[in-house]
Write a new protein. Structure first.
Length: 355
């Protein structure tokens, strides 16, 4: 590694590690024929591209405590395992949210539904797409564990990391269930929405990747606590930014339709704050519109309601406060100075992004 971190090169190396892993899985699945090959091709689509924040936080969580003498290829493979976990969550999340697109492409269940329809097969195309997405998400989840275990680290280093990985998966799956339950009930106060945000996204996006990388470096419980003080508020700020983009983001940049979170009926912190502060008329309009098919004009009106309520400004303020708290914790932490500098840049990228 040079003195200057090359983020583009890092993302390319993570992609290469994922491609190599899937090439090996292709050999395992080859006896199953063309259907397994189609499933594998969807896996390749799902793990292509992205910001690679989880892999990056894992990498620099490790480098924070083991700046020298690391098998860098093994570390890249371990970090890439988190991208398989993320891909699994996205496949399942898109189906649960009935999302049509992901990164500007058809979501997995829609792509496989279309294959069924194009081939004029028997049965229900939507059910086929749903079944395929569930199975692909499960397969990616299994592969994430396999990729971490076989990354190349010795057993005594992998075992503590796997303990964190187990906890991470438990948290994100339970967080997903909290989310769908909130949507089903059609209500969530700010505290409930924040709990969903924390367990569905914030912890597995930043805190746990940092912990996994650090655990691979033999970090102590005190070291992990220092990373929590940085990673958890940063993860919350990261997801709050995502919630803003889900309502106010530019579809040409996000790859999602305008106001996609509103159409999907997500009871985010942003929405909870707006419902608390809006006029009775505006609150009723917002509440009754969530989860409905919306025209661009209707999305614009709901954006007006949210902005007028002050919720957008409140979320921006929360992002600023959480990020400040995270950066203060990073400054206090006893970590490698180069890692500290890169983590600072990653924090800024995670919370100030437009996609």
């Amino acid at each position: 590694m040079s003195d200057t971190w090359d983020a583009d090169d890092f993302r390319a190396r993570v992609q290469e590690a994922l491609d190599s892993f899937l090439d090996r899985q292709a050999a395992v699945l080859a006896p199953l024929g063309s259907d397994a090959a189609r499933l594998l091709e969807q896996a390749r689509v799902t793990v292509s591209g992205g910001k690679r924040f989880r892999a990056a936080f894992c990498y620099w969580g490790h480098r924070a405590f083991a700046p020298d003498g690391v098998d860098d290829d093994a570390l890249i493979r371990a970090c890439a395992a988190l991208e398989l976990l993320h891909a699994s969550a996205l496949v399942h999340d898109d189906y649960m949210d009935a999302s049509d697109t992901r990164r500007g492409r058809p979501s997995t269940h829609r792509a496989l539904e279309a294959e069924h329809r194009d081939e004029d097969w028997r049965g229900n195309p939507e059910q086929y797409g749903a079944a395929a997405a569930i199975l692909l998400g499960d397969l990616l989840l299994s592969w994430a564990d396999e990729m971490l275990r076989r990354s190349g680290f010795p057993v005594d280093k992998v075992a503590p990391a796997l303990q964190v990985f187990d906890l991470c998966r438990t948290e994100v799956i339970a967080g997903q269930f909290l989310d769908v339950s909130v949507q089903a009930r059609g209500r969530a106060d700010v505290d409930t929405a924040m709990t969903v945000l924390r367990y569905k996204s914030a912890k597995y996006s930043i805190e746990r990747p940092l912990h996994i990388g650090a655990a691979l470096a033999g970090a102590s419980s005190a070291d992990l606590a220092a990373l929590t003080a940085f990673g958890l508020p940063l993860g919350e700020a990261f997801q709050l930014r995502d919630d803003l983009l889900g309502v106010f983001g530019d579809p040409t940049e996000t790859g999602k339709p305008a106001g996609d979170d509103l159409v999907e009926g997500k009871r985010t912190v942003l929405v909870a704050l707006a419902l608390d502060a809006a006029s009775a008329r505006d609150a009723a309009l917002l509440d009754g519109s969530l989860g409905q098919a919306l025209s661009e004009e209707q999305v614009d009106e709901l954006r007006r309601v949210i902005t007028a309520s002050g919720a957008r400004e409140q979320v921006e303020a929360a992002i600023t406060a959480l990020t400040s708290s995270a950066l203060a914790a990073l400054e206090r932490a006893t970590v490698d100075e180069r890692a500290r500098g890169v983590l600072l840049g990653l924090a800024q990228a995670a919370t100030q992004r437009s996609v």
